[in-house]
Ligand binder design. Sequence first.
Ligand SMILES: Nc1ncnc2c1ncn2[C@@H]1O[C@H](COP(=O)(O)OP(=O)(O)OP(=O)(O)O)[C@@H](O)[C@H]1O
Length: 269
Amino acid sequence: MTALRCEDVAVHFGGVKAVDGVEFTVRAGSLCGLVGPNGSGKTTLLNAISGLVPLTRGRITAGGEAVSGRAVPHIARSGIRRTYQAIRLVPGLTVLQNVMLGADDGRRLLDGLVRPRRAARADRESRDRAREALARVGLTGLEKSLPGALPYGHQRRVEIARALAARPRLLLLDEPVAGMSPVERTEIGDLLTSLRDDGMTQLLVEHDLEMVTRLTDHLVVVDFGRVIADGDPATTVRDDRVREAYLGRRHDPAADHGAGGALRGRDGG
Ligand SMILES: Nc1ncnc2c1ncn2[C@@H]1O[C@H](COP(=O)(O)OP(=O)(O)OP(=O)(O)O)[C@@H](O)[C@H]1O
């Protein structure tokens, strides 16, 4: 079954063709990697799927329903949740409160104004879901901490918990291990595979090709806003077009890694 389908998706910013005719499918229950050199259009694609940027052309569907053309809250309520490249936690709220923001689909706030009793029930539900999500990412016991007091790797987990609290059907992850130590990267990798084992569909943007090849079921490689390779990770990563996109010459990107290192592509960012 198809969880996500992008058909001829284009996002242009004036003359910049950030995404230009992208086609790919993510199978339900799979962990799909989306890789490519710096500036190849990965984040723009995640933004397009989550409704943050409008499509110049094309169509995106999730579980058969149209996503393109919908507003961000509608897409979020339809079960598509994401994390961001830069951590976006609210510093003045506790870990639990931050995660509760993900569990709440906006109705709690509305109910609070007009139906206080129903709001109290929704609040309890959000709290339960948030605790469940924190347990899932291994952060039980840190509910009352402020995010700024936690190590960086834990803050990333809080972000993932916030997305999980909505019990999404599709989780978009934008470089969830960026800036992490090798141990933290391995732990997050284990978390993503265990979520996949639970049946959660994920689209993972990540620069570390060795990690992506190891974790994912399927790999989509983009360059200059276009898909240049798509398929089984081990084969795809050795495709000549992928080698050339990363290094501008024949090379084996997957073999070119130190532990935890990441090939950043053309500009080495
Ligand atoms: N809002 C914007 N306005 C103009 N150009 C943009 C905008 N957002 C992205 N771009 C450009 O679109 C291209 C694709 O950017 P995008 O951030 O999607 O790439 P990326 O593959 O996620 O890069 P990275 O790996 O460095 O995060 C780049 O040339 C970028 O400068």
